[in-house]
Design a protein around this ligand. Structure first.
Ligand code: PAF
Length: 281
């Protein structure tokens, strides 16, 4: 496993891979790697000759400096977790390497999808995600890139970005990995104490409640009950919406497929999760 920290190292490595006609897979991360990341990385390794994993806590996508400060950073543990995987390159740049002053970037219009859910609650977040992913795609030029479906809206925006900038990368959305008790894996879970982690299970309980009752009762009633499940566990809901899987606009009636998306604060930690809910009728 090689670890690169400069753009130049990646550029040279990429040229060599092109010469060898190797297919490149890419998994962007902000580190504090867990089994969810590992599932993406292992899948990428099984589908590509070489895989790049980027580890970079991107300041541009944090709209609150306290959240950025508190984000876990553990590069050594991350490298130890990946040690032993073959054909893997780690790209762990600092901020100056990631955003050289003279590197041009023209932001893409996010449109309506950028205004909903996370877009409404974390102003500037998706602009920051688009900026860093644009630079990473341009630098690494992978054939395939892997993203978790836990960040459902991010995945939709990455697909837009790929089309808008004409990267032509195969964007692969991978299923959310959950702990045995249902909690969606997230680097942020590290910041929960034992009681908070227990309380946080209400999110996946609420999502399962919606999924199990999709089409059985009026949508508003199911949504209200799902909210109560989370609130009774002491979490503060930022949003709980049942949305169209493509446009992410709110649904007022059940249709064949919808996604329930949640953001809630547990202790001091902001958690998001979602679940595809299919109508049984
Ligand atoms: O999903 C994440 O971890 C981040 O948003 C990403 C895609 C690595 C960009 O910083």
């Amino acid at each position: 496993m090689q670890t690169f920290v400069t753009r130049q190292e990646i550029i040279e490595w990429r040229q060599q891979m092109r010469g060898d006609q190797k297919q490149i897979g890419f998994v962007p991360t902000m580190g504090a790697l867990h089994q969810g990341h590992l599932a993406l990385i292992k899948r990428a390794c099984s589908e590509n000759a070489e895989v790049v994993v980027s580890i970079f806590v991107n300041p541009k996508q944090f709209n609150q400096s306290a959240d950025l400060q508190a984000y876990p950073r553990m590069l050594e543990a991350d490298l130890a977790l990946l040690n032993g995987l073959e054909n893997l390159v780690i790209f762990a740049p600092d901020e100056e390497e990631m955003y050289p002053k003279d590197l041009p970037f023209s932001p893409m219009p996010l449109g309506r999808i950028g205004e909903l859910l996370e877009g409404a609650h974390r102003p500037g977040h998706f602009e920051g995600v688009v900026h860093v992913v644009h630079h990473l795609f341009a630098l690494i030029q992978p054939q395939k890139a892997y993203f978790g479906q836990k960040d459902f809206q991010q995945l939709a925006i990455i697909r837009l970005l790929n089309t808008y900038y004409g990267f032509g990368i195969d964007i692969i959305g991978c299923e959310t990995v959950r702990d045995a008790d249902g909690l969606a894996m997230s680097s942020r879970n590290l910041r929960l104490n034992a009681q908070e982690r227990q309380n946080a299970l209400a999110i996946s309980r609420a999502l399962h409640y919606v999924s199990n009752n999709t089409g059985k009762y009026p949508l508003d009633k199911v949504k209200q009950e799902a909210r109560s499940i989370i609130e009774q566990a002491g979490l503060a809901i930022e949003y709980l919406e049942i949305v169209d899987p493509l446009t992410l606009e709110n649904r007022s009636q059940w249709q064949q497929e919808q996604v329930c998306c949640v953001a809630a604060i547990c202790g001091e930690v902001r958690l998001i999760d979602n679940m595809l809910c299919e109508s049984v009728l």
